[in-house]
Design a protein around this ligand. Structure first.
Ligand code: GDD
Ligand code: MG
Length: 362
């Protein structure tokens, strides 16, 4: 028996418009909802029961996973009427745990793809007697994360969420978004109000002499909070750079789900996934991208490190790079869009005049 809390209540603002109708953890990554990869990894590490702390688009989680038996897990759903923040969500979800005060409880952010040895983090926590163990990793630019300097023994010295000045950037070691709490420590988080575990709970525990243990490793790690990270995570899973028990096919340059139609003269590369009901027509080139269910990439279109939303289309001869085409949006034929554009759900871009590179002979 091993329990976990999964934080999945965020609005996924940085991924809009992808998250207008789908919460971030349920976006398809390498063909299945992202959360399925996380749940499958947790189950493999011996986690048996997970409380999902939901808020935004809460009902969609239970529709997707039911009681969790399909994944060999017992899933329990808790919904915050108003988001309680990460710490408030952990406290609220803990009402539904069955663990005893001294038991270790895993807590996961719901948008992290990582190769962490979950069982080792949990077992090491028990042996250490720490109040909380935190998985840590290193990133090139730590500004969007929680900075966590540690001493030589791994003891956490400070916790600084999202530093704002250059002087505050004292380390490139960051909170990787997976913790083990001793159950009784969760019960010290105030109930019934918004609490940030990063800005309030961890600094508070440190100030009162609590033992926070950092566990750094160099396993694969990615926060899927932005469109660029989202497509990278999907492509890395498809190409096998990070393994997942939930990958719905063999690793390779592309993954085509059953029910998708890809023309034999289309070229898929770079870990592209084409979901069920999607169509990729002749001469199209799709590289490192996510083509969601029912989307169309028309003749000769080029799609590079982009997401094509559900029932969306990229017209014949059009090119999109590092773009997000929202659900149901249409990019008319022969558009060359600037890199990084986001097209809102349902928007139609008109066709452009056909560009002819060589003089047309009469
Ligand atoms: N239930 C619930 N309620 N969940 C929430 C709430 C809430 O009010 N707010 C956020 N969450 C969930 C999100 O759905 C996500 O899974 C997780 O908590 C973290 O929220 P993010 O919005 O993704 O935070 P972040 O990426 O800016 O920063 C966090 O993750 C970094 C690692 O990726 C922090 O924990 C940083 O310290 C950390 O470095
Ligand atoms: Mg995040």
């Amino acid at each position: 028996m091993s329990e976990a809390i999964l934080l999945v209540g965020g609005k996924g603002t940085r991924l809009r418009p992808l998250t207008v109708f789908t919460p971030k953890p349920l976006l398809r990554v390498a063909g299945v909802p992202f959360l399925t990869h996380q749940l499958a990894r947790a189950a493999k590490a011996g986690v048996t029961r997970i409380v999902l702390a939901t808020s935004y688009l809460a009902e969609l989680f239970e529709q997707e996973y039911g009681d969790g038996s399909g994944l060999g897990l017992e899933l329990v759903y808790v919904t915050e009427k108003e988001p309680l923040g990460t710490g408030g969500a952990i406290r609220n979800a803990a009402e539904h745990l069955t663990s005893a005060p001294g038991d270790p409880v895993l807590v996961f952010n719901g948008d992290i793809l990582s190769g962490l040895d979950i069982a080792a983090l949990r077992d090491g926590h028990k042996a250490s007697g720490a109040d909380v163990s935190l998985h840590l990793t290193r990133v090139a630019d730590p500004r969007a994360f929680g900075l966590v300097p540690t001493g030589p023994d791994g003891r956490v010295l400070a916790f600084l969420e999202k530093p704002e000045t250059q002087e505050q950037i004292i380390t490139d070691q960051i909170n990787a978004g997976c913790y083990v709490f001793t159950r009784s420590v969760i019960d010290t988080i105030p109930a019934g109000r918004e609490v940030s575990v990063e800005r309030e709970t961890f600094p508070g525990l440190l100030a009162s002499g609590g033992y926070l243990r950092g566990v750094a490793d160099d396993s694969y790690w990615l926060d899927l909070g932005t469109p660029a990270a989202f497509v990278k995570g999907s492509a890395d899973l498809v190409r096998g750079l990070i393994d997942s028990p939930a990958l719905p096919g063999p690793v390779g340059e592309a993954l085509v789900l059953s029910g998708a139609r890809v023309h034999e003269q289309a070229v898929l590369s770079g870990g592209t996934v084409v979901c069920e009901g999607a169509v990729v027509e002749a001469g199209a080139e799709v590289d490192g991208s996510v083509v969601l269910p029912g989307a169309v990439v028309a003749r000769g279109a080029r799609v590079h490190r982009s997401v094509v939303g559900r029932q969306a289309s990229v017209g014949a001869g059009s090119a999109v790079r590092e773009a997000v085409v929202g659900d149901g949006a249409e990019v008319g034929p022969y558009n060359e869009l600037p890199a990084g554009v986001r097209i809102d759900c349902g928007v139609s871009l008109p066709a452009q005049a056909v560009r002819v590179s060589a003089p047309v002979m009469a």
